[in-house]
Design a protein around this ligand. Structure first.
Ligand code: CA
Ligand code: CA
Length: 360
């Protein structure tokens, strides 16, 4: 019994000490695990009592001890949400009554699908004729295009409507081509081809601009090829009387190519017509070796080669030839003004080929 009393006193002392410590270090121990409390039962067994951990709310209150915190603000009472008004039915907006933008006026143009047209003079003695009827200045009125000749003044007059242009010292009016060379200009073009001598053609572009009949550029022999493409043919005296052509376009009758293409020979020209082509100087026979370029490399055509010219450069300083066996070669050409002749490898061309022919 005495032993029990002593143990009880000891426990009371321990509890009082623990209470003092817990009130002094309240803020500190809240984060520590409290030691389990042991109680000895009457039968001598010891019961261990474990403290239930304090709630987070209590812990928070304890931590705030001694700390200056602002007074807690009352929680705002949530306002009752006002009912969302039903959206009003959308009133259809009437279409804006804007003035309709006038579409850009489409420039008037006559039926250009009727062009090109070509008139070829067949009887040079006729001085009055109708070449074309066409609205050449897009004013809705058709003009008559005709011509007349003044043999006393050696002048050809081209008449368009109530206006005319004169070609003085003109040997012969040969043909006219009515064509639209530029879709941007409100007029069509008349190409007047005059033969000033024997097959020396000059083509002049004529059109009606701002009510006036005006002359434009001049070129040599402009004609409509079989495929309807406009080409210009030019003459040359290189390797005889030859001509070549290239495509022209626009009102300036310009070309994209620097080369004039000559007539290409067919297999028949090398077989059936071979002899006559040699006699006419179409197939040339070389009397000496000719320095040239083949596929960009320096080469030499042997003496006795038969060839013909396939192209000549607009500078008249370079020609392309094709040999009888199909080789394509470029030959440099010079002009000797003292001898009025072209030279090849320093020799007059008639010393290089033995059958050069001239037509006039
Ligand atoms: Ca007109
Ligand atoms: Ca035009």
């Amino acid at each position: 019994m005495r032993k029990i009393i002593v143990l009880s006193l000891c426990l009371l002392m321990l509890l009082s000490v623990a209470c003092v410590n817990s009130s002094g270090d309240e803020a500190i121990i809240t984060n520590q695990t409290a030691a389990p409390e042991k109680t000895e039962q009457a039968d001598g067994s010891i019961v261990v009592k474990t403290e239930v951990p304090q709630s987070a709310e209590a812990s928070e209150d304890e931590i705030t001890v001694g700390t200056s915190m602002p007074d807690a603000q009352p929680s705002p009472v949530p306002e009752t949400e006002a009912p969302t008004p039903e959206p009003e039915a959308e009133t259809p907006t009437p279409p804006a009554t804007e003035e309709p933008t006038p579409a850009p006026a489409t420039p008037y143009a006559p039926d250009l699908s009727l062009l090109p047209q070509q008139y070829q003079v067949h009887d040079a003695s006729l001085t009055e004729d109708v070449l074309f009827r066409f609205d050449v200045d897009f004013d809705g009125e058709e003009e008559t295009i005709s011509y007349r000749l003044d043999f006393d003044d050696d002048t050809t007059y081209i008449v368009v409507g109530d206006q005319e242009v004169a070609f003085t010292e003109s040997s012969m009016f040969d043909r006219a081509i009515l064509i639209d060379l530029d879709p941007e200009t409100p007029w069509v073009n008349l190409l007047v081809v005059i033969d000033w001598a024997s097959d020396d053609y000059v083509t002049t572009e004529v059109h009606m601009e701002d009510g006036k009949l005006v002359k434009g550029v001049e070129r040599e022999d402009v004609y409509l090829a079989e495929d309807g493409i406009l080409r210009v043919s030019e003459r040359t005296d290189i390797l005889g009387t030859n001509s070549g052509s290239r495509i022209v376009h626009g009102e300036k009758l310009e070309s994209d190519s620097e080369w004039f293409e000559c007539r290409k020979l067919t297999k028949n020209d090398f077989t059936v017509d071979r002899k006559i082509n040699i006699e006419c100087g179409i197939l040339l026979h070389s009397k000496r070796k000719i320095k040239c370029k083949i596929d960009g490399n320096a080469a030499t055509l042997k003496k006795g080669t038969y060839l013909y010219m396939t192209r000549f450069h607009e500078s008249r300083q370079l020609i392309e030839v094709c040999t009888e066996d199909g080789q394509i070669a470029l030959i440099t050409v010079d002009y000797d003004p003292d001898e009025y002749t072209y030279t090849i490898n320093g020799y007059p061309q008639n010393k290089v080929f033995d059958n050069i022919c001239y037509a006039d």
